[in-house]
Design a protein around this ligand. Structure first.
Ligand code: NOJ
Length: 582
């Protein structure tokens, strides 16, 4: 028998070892500039993604029902240039073509979503199953598998059947939980013999905040300070229910995994020596990813959300918190319902403390008591909100490891857009973005974060929600002016292919050659596109502008006024930079 004191010392030693293993990421160190040469673990899965409403088109074909996005986009003034996803990339009719693009890139997985109203036009399983819709997804899944591409399937990428919005007010109503579970169960029944990776919800933060708080997204409701919390509450319960359905009814037979895809920007304190900024940055992340991840991993909302929303609700004289409450039974039902965590990550913010007095109306945003800032030196080649800050990605991944017990992570979205209607396919800013973000992900793996897959967002240019077609995230350019929606590879296709074939970044010399090779391919694609392009420009026509001979447009919004600047092809990326610098 060891003496008591020795036992205690051993115990202490083991504890210290554990702590140092968990605390291996140094949060105070900022090696932003350094590049790490190395490769990913064997079996790491490289993929690309898209979603039903953003790419399929065929909005009223073969018995599909209306979704909230069909209804929303058909209303004037909701979408940039009043565009819709009616036709989008015509992905519904181009399964074979798109799979050959994936095959050519050597993708190991493809992430897509199933449109609920395409297979259940009234949203309700007992009413009407649209076999033609089922056949479309059957065909897509079969063809992917024939080409050795693993399907990663999202059940809800924002396109709720419109009829459920009209009858029940969508996610404001608790009956969505069972209706969504029925839909998911049907998907497991019909596709689960071939699909092993299920994502219940894509980016519930957007569903809740943009759909029910700001109203920028479908269904366009502005229920400030209340609607988003309620929608999120039902979404979390629906996720848990679907996970349990899979767990009890299908897992044994189908041996798959059920996760969720959360979006999360990283929040870094403006002043790392200021405790109030540190706490504000923590709040930013907790109100973002933590809002959904904490219930799924720990059973309840983050304490800081309960505290802040509870206190503000009391100051407003409300009898109860605007943040709904889980019962003890619900907590234990929800806890542990994530086989893997999907992460969609694009950007970072600096955060500082800012008080919002509760008298001046309530909202999700003011509940957080913080302000978001950006560094003007951060590149922002695309969407207004998207600054390229690669080091934030590594920090977010390490945060997830620390907070949720090192779960298995699938990166479900990461990428960058271009803000121009530009036919320049030599997207050097996207190559840079992928190189730097993927490198930070590699560093995170070295830190011990358990990342299994990376999904470039997105395979194609597509309908970018309220921004219409004005923001292009694709590896492939889609010519939306042509009704056949031809696809052309951007330089980043070749670049991503090089990363995939080397499974990372082997050495400096090889890496340097990749860019040159990619630029060669895009110059010839540019010529192809120029030759095939139609004479009319959708954008200059709709904006009532003169038709120009150029094929680049840079769209810039300054204090709400829209400028469309025609650019010469060869000037595109450089002009953008100049505009930003001026
Ligand atoms: C997240 C959404 O899930 C996706 O649909 C969208 O394209 C990207 N953000 C970029 O905005």
């Amino acid at each position: 028998m060891l003496p008591q004191s020795m036992l205690r010392t051993c115990h202490l030693l083991v504890l210290m070892l554990c702590v140092s293993a968990i605390e291996d990421f140094d949060w105070t160190k900022n090696d932003h500039g350094s590049f790490y040469y190395g490769v990913f673990p064997t079996g790491f899965s490289w993929g690309a993604g898209g979603s039903a409403y953003q790419t399929e088109g065929a909005w009223n074909v073969d018995g599909k029902g209306m979704s909230i996005w069909d209804a929303f986009a058909h209303k004037k003034g909701k979408i940039f240039l009043n565009d819709t996803g009616d036709f989008s990339c015509e992905g519904y009719h181009k399964v074979k073509d798109d799979i050959s693009l994936m095959k050519d890139m050597n993708l190991k997985h493809y992430r897509f979503s199933i449109s609920w109203p395409r297979i259940l036009p009234t949203g309700i399983k007992n009413e009407n199953i649209n076999e033609k819709g089922i056949r479309y997804y059957d065909d897509l899944i079969n063809k992917l598998l024939e080409n050795k591409i693993t399907p990663i399937v999202t059940l809800y990428h924002w396109d709720l059947p419109q009829i459920l919005e009209e009858k029940y007010r969508g996610w404001q109503n608790a009956s969505m939980v069972n209706l969504f579970n029925d839909f998911a169960n049907l998907c497991f029944e019909r596709f689960g013999n071939r699909v092993r990776h299920w994502i219940t919800f894509n980016n519930p933060w957007s569903i809740a905040v943009e759909g029910y708080e700001t109203g920028e997204h479908a269904p366009g409701l502005k229920l400030r300070g209340v609607g988003a919390y309620k929608a999120a509450h039902h979404i979390i319960k629906a996720h848990a229910k679907v996970w349990h359905t899979y767990d009890t009814q299908w897992r044994n037979k189908q041996k798959g995994l059920v996760g969720i895809s959360l979006s999360g920007d990283w929040g870094e304190p403006v002043d790392i020596s200021n405790q109030r900024d540190i706490e504000a940055a923590e709040r930013y992340v907790q109100f973002y990813m933590g809002w959904f991840a904490t219930p799924l991993f720990n059973g309840d909302y983050p304490q800081v959300m309960k505290d802040y929303i509870g206190r503000k609700s009391a100051q407003q004289g409300l009898g109860a918190s605007r943040l709904p409450v889980f019962t003890a039974q619900e907590k234990s039902y929800i806890r542990g319902t994530c086989d893997f965590l999907g992460i969609g990550h694009f950007t970072t913010r600096y955060i500082t403390q800012k008080n919002y007095p509760s008298g001046r109306g309530n909202s999700y945003f003011t509940d957080r008591d913080l302000a978001e800032l950006v560094d003007p030196r951060w590149p922002d080649p695309g969407s207004e909100w998207l600054y390229s800050v690669p080091w934030g990605f590594r920090r977010l991944l390490n945060f997830v490891k620390k907070q949720y017990g090192n779960p298995m992570i699938y990166v479900t979205e990461n990428g960058v857009s271009e803000k121009m209607m530009c036919t320049d396919l030599c997207d050097d800013w996207r190559m840079q973005y992928f190189k730097d973000y993927i490198n930070e992900m590699l560093k995170a793996i070295k830190d011990g974060v358990n990342i299994k897959a990376y999904t470039a967002w997105s395979l194609l240019d597509k309908f970018e929600w309220d921004e219409g077609y004005s923001e292009r995230f694709g590896l492939y350019y889609v010519d939306f002016r042509d009704k056949n929606k031809p696809r052309y590879p951007k330089a980043s296709v070749q670049y991503y292919k090089s990363i995939i074939s080397s499974n990372g970044f082997p050495n400096q010399r090889e890496l340097e050659s990749w860019k040159g090779k990619a630029i060669e391919t895009c110059s010839s694609s540019n010529q192809l596109l120029a030759a095939g392009k139609s004479n009319t420009s959708h954008y200059s026509e709709e904006l009532g502008g003169a038709k120009t001979k150029t094929n680049c447009y840079f769209i810039q919004s300054l204090t709400g006024i829209l400028f469309v600047l025609p650019l010469q092809l060869e000037d595109c990326p450089r002009k953008i930079r100049n505009l930003q610098e001026s």
